[in-house]
Design a protein. Sequence first.
Length: 135
Amino acid sequence: DLDAKGLFENALDWANKYYILPQLVVDENRSDRIITISGGLYKTFDIDVSNYQPNEKIYDSNYILTIKFYDGEYTVKYEHKDFSVNDETISLSLTHIIQNPSQYDENWIKNYEYRVERLIYSLTHYMETSELVYK
């Protein structure tokens, strides 16, 4: 088992590889051994984010990922911040989508959960194997 410092360095290495511009989204607090990431999910409700249609409404979401380190273990907290459509923040909340599923595409919540799960999996997989897997 790694101590808190070793785990912190591994997670920081993951963040620097996973994010395109880590210097813009990753905040490291070495003295408290906390990494905070202000990230986003492009095309939040889609599994395949590679396809793009002209004039498409693109839903993105922003999150805060907080990773705290202790000797031999770490905790991860995912916090949803907001949604945006074509780069404009909207008032749609995650709670509203969950409470009113009939108003939205039936796959939205499933796909959103999948995307968040893949993000967390990428971190935990890297912490165990030093192998990077992407979204």
